[in-house]
Ligand binder design. Structure first.
Ligand code: ZN
Length: 147
């Protein structure tokens, strides 16, 4: 199968059936994010122990890209440290904006969003949950806006 089709399948699947669509038990931080351009709205809650995100979940509503990005994000970051997550987000951001060239295979499912660099409006949908997680991890409780 063409990787593009596979990526599209993955985004549709996660968009329809988001993983970790919940508030984890005993969250230690939370933040909300909005993408007014598209109407996306997510709240990300995480359980951070020491420097590690032990559990994470999200709630909210938005377009398929936003939901799929939030869903794959929760799967990708769980069990990782703040530092690892920041590095992951930087790579993901580079891939979706087209700033990072080359293949994104080591990003796993996150690579599914690499085609978005052709649709700049959609980049905000894909990065909203990541910005929101970042805000939660930094203890910034106020809503973030991707604008
Ligand atoms: Zn959107």
């Amino acid at each position: 199968m063409d990787p593009r089709e596979l990526y599209q399948e993955l985004i549709l699947d996660h968009g329809r059936r988001p993983r970790n669509f919940r508030v984890p038990e005993g969250p230690t931080c939370r933040a909300e994010g909005k993408n007014p351009l598209c109407g996306d709205h997510v709240a990300v809650s995480a359980v951070v122990v020491g420097d590690r995100v032990e559990d994470v979940g999200f709630q909210g509503s938005g377009c398929a890209i936003c939901m799929a990005a939030a869903s794959t994000m929760t799967e990708a970051v769980r069990g990782h440290t703040r530092e690892e997550i920041a590095a992951m987000f930087a790579r993901f951001h580079g891939v979706v904006t087209g700033a990072a060239s080359g293949d994104a295979e080591d990003l796993g499912k996150l690579a599914a969003f690499s085609g978005l660099s052709e649709f700049p409006m959609r980049v905000k949908c894909a990065t909203l949950a990541w910005h929101t997680l970042e805000a939660a991890l930094q203890g910034r409780g106020e809503p973030v806006s991707s604008e």
